[in-house]
Every structure is written in C-alpha cells, then in structure tokens.
Write a protein that binds this ligand. Structure first.
Ligand code: HPA
Ligand code: ZN
Length: 319
C-alpha cells in the first residue's frame, strides 16, 4: 500500500514514540520480558480508536513501557529513519518525550544515546527536539532540561507536547527562557485542541520559532495575519487531526484555507504508528481528499525545508 511518490521533503513534526508500531511493541516486550495486556498485534491495533487527544495519549504512554534499553531507542529511531529514506524524507526533526521515560526509571543518557546512535548511522539528515510534557509540572520540565545539559550537542531544540487544554504555554516561560539561553531552538504544540490564545502565548512568552499544529489559529483573523506577516511555520498533521477528532473527515480539513491565507504550512505525520500513515500517506490523503494541486504539494514540500532548523547552505542544497 505504497502511497504515490511525492517530492523530497523534510518532516518537522513526528514524535519518535509515536512511530512505535504494534509489531515493535510485541518484539520489544518479548526482548525485555514484559507481559502485555493485549492478546495480539491485531488486538492492540483494534484499540487505536481515539475520540480526542487524551484518549490517544493514554495508549501512547502505556505502550512506551516496552522501551527500556539504549538498543530499544536505537531500533525505534532506525526503523523511522528507514521509512524516511523510502518516502523521500531528506531531513527529519524528531521529537522525543524524556519525562515519560525518566518517570519509568529510564535515564536520559539511555534515551538520547539510543536515539542519537540511530541518527548518526543514517543517511537521512536528522536532529532531535526534546519535548516537555505540558501536563507535568514546570519543575519537572526544568529537571529534564538539566539532565539533558550534558548532551546539548545532540539536541537542536525544545518543544512542548501532551495534553494541551488547561496547560497553557505560560506555565513553561522560565524553562523555555533557559533553553534559549543554552542556544536551543524552540517550538511548541499550540492550537491543536487549545485556543488561539495558546498560539499567541507560545510566540510571545516561549519565543518559539514554529507552531506545531496551530489549526485553531484560524479562529482569530488577527493572529492569522501575524503568522503570515512573521512567516511563522505551522507543522500541520492532517491524518492526526482527523483521528483525534479536530475534523470529522479529512475533506473538511482547513489546510487549504491556511494556504490561501499565505501561511507557511508543512505536512507531517505526528504519530504515524497510531494515525494511519507516515508523511507520504499524509501527502497522498490531502491530495485525494482536499484536491490539492501538484503545485500546492510541491509548495508544501518546499515549505518543510524553509521551516527547518537548517543553516542556509544546507537549506539551499535541499531546495
Ligand atoms: N499532541 C500532543 N502531544 C502529543 C501528540 C500530539 O498529537 N503526540 C504525542 N504527544
Ligand atoms: Zn504532535
């Protein structure tokens, strides 16, 4: 079920833990001697019916229990990078959720060491973005950043993910300031389920350079104008938005409206093992369901390099 070929592109919004396919959940459980509460791969996959972000996060965090060793994190990232190579993804900026692993007793060096070794061995250009869990405390985020300090040369930036509503960006002003002081780039999920105000906070209080999702920005014309004027990229994840209920059907997705407003939009997979496809399946789906032209698809692919944390010389090589 290969999707139609699409132009070379970058992926800027993918959670490495969200690339954990059900088959790998079972393989790693066996390797680590963990008993799973699922009868089979099919049984686990059948549980991937989500009504909103939280219903997805519950199973996303539960499945992470199989990720224990440096080899587990390496194998996970290597499998994703293999998919990148197959799908014409030339560059990937990959989120990871260290607090979810620290909480289970997996040290930061195991997580970053494993992920980094896969990146170092791959022909695909890739970097790591450490995400803070917004439904955990600001102190917990600060501790995660402190634990990552010995590995800063392996991280390009910080992000903010997990349950959005009730956890505004303002809660993380200090830790983002510290991350920027350390020379890291900054992004944040905002306007996925949360209001446009969270997008403003991410820009004004966290100093982010991209917004992840940002679909609800459309409710606020002044904000849309600002995003356009300041060329703030939005990393949009069409299949994710449908699976988590932001849109009843892909044909109702507002991606075309975002493009018509002149925004710097990119297409991404978010959590491909859970949402029905990697980046090419997302491109293919928006082409089919939203009737995007070849020209628009090419623009989306070019935007992914424009929005990437690449120096100008490398960006020009990709473009
Ligand atoms: N949204 C917020 N947090 C997440 C997601 C998402 O789609 N995936 C993994 N963590
Ligand atoms: Zn995401």
């Amino acid at each position: 079920m290969n999707a139609a070929p699409t132009p070379p592109k970058a992926e800027l919004h993918v959670h490495i833990e969200g690339t954990l396919e059900p088959e790998m959940v079972f393989d790693l459980a066996r390797r680590n001697g963990i008993e799973l509460p699922h009868e089979s791969v099919a049984d686990l996959r059948a549980k991937y019916r989500f009504s909103d972000l939280q219903s997805f996060l519950d199973i996303y965090y539960a499945n992470m229990a199989v990720l224990r060793t440096e080899a587990d994190f390496r194998d996970l990232a290597a499998a994703y990078l293999d998919r990148c190579a197959e799908q014409g993804v030339r560059h990937a900026e990959i989120f990871f959720d260290p607090q979810a692993h620290l909480k289970r007793g997996v040290p930061m060096e195991t997580v970053i060491g494993g992920l980094h070794s896969a990146l170092a061995d791959s022909d695909v250009s890739a970097s790591l973005i450490l995400c803070f869990l917004r439904d955990e405390s600001a102190e917990s985020a600060a501790e995660a950043l402190r634990l990552a300090e010995p590995f800063l040369d392996r991280i390009v930036g910080v992000g903010l993910d997990s349950a959005e509503v009730g956890h505004p960006p303002s809660k993380f002003t200090e830790v983002f300031a510290r991350a920027r002081e350390l020379g890291l780039r900054a992004v944040a999920h905002a306007g996925e389920e949360g209001p446009p105000e969270y997008v403003r906070e991410a820009l004004d209080l966290l100093g982010v350079q991209r917004i992840d999702h940002g679909i609800r920005a459309l409710e606020d014309p002044e904000l849309v104008e600002r995003l356009r004027r300041e060329r703030i990229p939005l990393t949009v994840c069409p299949l994710s938005n449908v699976r988590l209920g932001a849109f009843a059907e892909l044909s109702g997705h507002t991606l075309p409206a975002l493009l018509e407003h002149g925004l710097l939009v990119t297409v991404n997979s978010d959590d491909p093992a859970y949402f029905g496809g990697y980046v090419d399946e997302n491109f293919d789906a928006v082409r089919r369901e939203l009737g995007l032209s070849t020209e628009q698809l090419r623009e989306l692919a070019a935007n992914s390099f424009r929005a990437a944390f690449l120096d100008d010389r490398r960006r020009d090589e990709f473009l």
